[in-house]
Design a protein around this ligand. Structure first.
Ligand SMILES: [Fe+2]
Length: 451
């Protein structure tokens, strides 16, 4: 297996697409990897002639002048200009981009959905994407969209990239293979993957049907959150992020490339596989992460910290401390706080919160928020525990208690989220969700000391 860059040492990868993937550990490292020996130039980026007759090409994920710049040098069978021809606009009617404000849809409220069911229709990564909410503006590269994917069929000689966005993929059911220009990522529930803006790939079904959640990030890339006084350890550790080793295809076969660009989809026809990068080096890569390696930090004496303490990745917005998107994980953990209302408290939030359940039971909502389901508590909309959760948490004996069989997440954004028509009318919206708070009683009667 290859390792992050050591300028004096380079091991060889040999993982052709279609075989078992290999990965390199580290977050944002300057990796280097080659699928054929000597394919990667050493000591320079642009030799007069590349080994094997390869073409050198840079993929820039940031402006050249960003600090630090994020880019990867690829050495490939054909340059990317050969992987596109004239474009024809196509329609993927269920994949929406912001701004997408439907005048017939009310986004103001508390919403919860059962899992979107699979249908008999064969669906790929592209046709099976169902947008639930959008926020911000894809054209100015701020905000996000949330999607559910329902995938039953592999993409065959069909490739895709998004110029609009980085995709954070959160599987809930089934296993997928992302065969990308930079190598293979296999993904299953309890893992996440990041597919960067501009990276070409094909999605295959390893075990179907596959369902999961996607956060489409229009803005600045996800990064590790600042740890502040927590220090160097716990939360998401850099070594647990895995970038793929180089892998390539040399296949001459009629193929299509679909591109998402400024919220629209276009298709182009080519005569070969574009997954032809034989070697690469750089810090702009896809990667995966095992959520089981996330080490939660919490209160160990009293009170309930803000959920931001469970941030796995954050995408900055340019306003310090105010994320375009935080990806937050609620997983198994011990609760030990004394004289404390332990579940999430009641609140209103300027940030808007979209949650998904990967498996198990969420502590603030023992009923109704089920695996594969989602909820949305939009900007400044009140929410909190239902009556059952409140009464149990207010009256139980507080010993050490482990929350088990639970893994949920939140896409939290500084921008209000707008429901799509699909989310409001076709997805299994729970019309009675708001009733989960209707039984909450007035306890106050003016008696001092009453609890
Ligand atoms: Fe909240």
């Amino acid at each position: 297996m290859n390792r992050p860059t050591d300028p004096h040492k380079m091991t060889q990868a040999s993982t052709p697409v279609g075989t078992h993937p290999g990965y390199m550990p580290g977050f944002g490292n300057d990796f280097e990897t080659e699928a054929l020996p000597g394919a990667l130039p050493q000591g320079m980026n642009s030799p007069q002639k590349c080994n094997y007759g390869l073409y050198g090409e840079q993929l820039s994920g940031t402006a050249f002048t960003a600090n630090p710049p994020e880019r990867t040098w690829c050495y490939r069978i054909r340059p990317s200009v050969k992987h596109s021809h004239r474009y024809v606009k196509i329609d993927l009617p269920f994949w929406k981009s912001a701004p997408c404000v439907d005048p017939d849809v009310i986004s103001l409220g508390q919403y919860r959905w059962d899992p979107v069911p699979h249908s008999d229709e064969g669906l790929t990564w592209l046709t099976g994407m169902r947008t639930m909410t959008t926020a911000g503006d894809v054209n100015t590269q701020v905000g996000m969209a949330s999607h559910i994917y329902l995938v039953t069929e592999s993409m065959v000689d069909e490739y895709f990239f998004s110029a609009d966005s980085e995709l954070l993929v959160v599987p809930q059911e089934g296993r997928l293979r992302f065969a990308t220009e930079m190598g293979i990522i296999d993904l299953e529930p309890k893992e996440i993957a990041i597919i960067p803006r501009g990276l070409l790939y094909r999605v295959e079904v390893l075990e179907g049907p596959a369902r999961g959640f996607v956060c489409e990030n229009y803005g600045q890339k996800f990064e590790l959150p600042g740890r502040g006084p927590i220090g160097a350890n716990c939360m998401a550790n850099p070594r647990d992020f895995k970038a793929p080793v180089a892998a390539f295809e040399d296949r001459e076969v009629p193929s299509t490339v679909t591109i998402k660009w400024c919220g629209q989809f276009h298709i182009t026809k080519i005569g070969h596989s574009p997954l032809d990068v034989v070697a690469w080096h750089g810090n702009y890569t896809p990667y995966k992460y095992d959520l089981n390696t996330y080490c939660p930090v919490g209160a160990i004496l009293f009170d309930h910290p803000d959920p931001s303490i469970f941030t796995v990745l954050t995408a900055p917005s340019g306003q310090p401390g105010t994320a375009n998107i935080d990806f937050v994980l609620f997983r198994e953990r011990w609760m030990v706080m004394e004289d404390t209302f332990r579940p999430p408290w009641y609140h209103k939030n300027i940030m808007s919160e979209l949650m998904g359940n990967i498996y198990g039971q969420y502590d603030a909502k023992p009923q109704g928020f089920i695996p594969g389901g989602m909820s949305l508590h939009n900007m400044m909309i009140p929410h909190g525990p239902d009556k059952e959760a409140f009464e149990k948490a207010s009256n139980s004996n507080l010993g050490p208690d482990k929350l088990e069989n639970t893994m949920s997440f939140m896409f939290e954004t500084r921008f209000p989220q707008h429901l799509t028509g699909f989310a409001a009318t076709e997805a299994p919206l729970q019309d009675d969700y708001i009733d989960c708070w209707s039984d909450i009683e007035k306890k106050f009667d003016g008696t001092p000391g009453k609890k």
